[in-house]
Design a protein around this ligand. Structure first.
Ligand code: SF4
Length: 197
């Protein structure tokens, strides 16, 4: 029962995306389609002016998160909200990607891997500024190589929240579902962003 309702949710989200994609600049629509094929539940082309940063996001990392300072993709190693605002303002368009996450729910491909591969495809197609931000701390290594530098730089990007993006406000601005979760096992909605041009 659970599985079928989840499938229905994803299908309705895909239908909504197809409408958004149809209104989006045609040249970026193939990348939305590619993300959906790779197992993302929804995606939309967005204006970077409507990707929101906020000072409180970094404070939530610094006070209350055990991962603070433990990963090269997390604060204080990642860009501050102010730096990220300046970066976002040097672009006009991005692709916002959404996946519905359940504990033990197996998907064809890791969400952050989808983002990095999408970034690479977009870059090789000529969008030289392409850059992605994923979801959550980097967990590729048992212990992050903090002092020596990242050992998988080709695959690793900071998360949206690690860069000071208000993911709640940004997701809601574009009609995506998101709410506070109460435990590590709760079902949730995760998001990533690929800056394009
Ligand atoms: S890939 Fe490894 S070294 Fe690089 S940020 Fe992730 S955990 Fe750290």
């Amino acid at each position: 029962m659970k599985k079928s309702s989840d499938t229905g949710r994803r299908n309705s989200e895909k239908t909504r995306t197809q409408g958004k994609a149809a209104r989006a600049p045609e040249k970026l629509s193939p990348y939305v389609a590619m993300a959906l094929r790779e197992g993302v539940d929804d995606a939309a082309i967005v204006e970077t002016a409507k990707v929101f940063t906020a000072p409180w996001v970094r404070m939530k990392c610094q006070f209350g998160c055990a991962g603070y300072g433990q990963h090269l993709c997390c604060p204080p190693h990642s860009p501050t909200p102010e730096q990220t605002r300046a970066i976002l303002d040097s672009y006009t368009r991005a692709i916002l990607l959404h996946r519905y996450w359940q504990k033990d729910y197996k998907t064809v491909k890791d969400f952050n891997d989808v983002l990095v591969d999408l970034e690479r495809t977009i870059f090789l197609d000529g969008f030289h500024k392409a850059f992605s931000m994923g979801s959550g701390p980097c967990t590729r290594c048992a212990a992050c190589n903090i002092l020596g530098g990242c050992v998988h730089p080709e695959k690793t990007r900071p998360s949206m929240e690690a860069c000071g993006i208000d993911v709640f406000a940004t997701a809601r601005e574009h009609g995506f579902p998101i709410s506070v979760v109460r435990s590590h096992n709760d079902e949730r909605n995760i998001f990533g962003l690929v800056l394009v041009e």
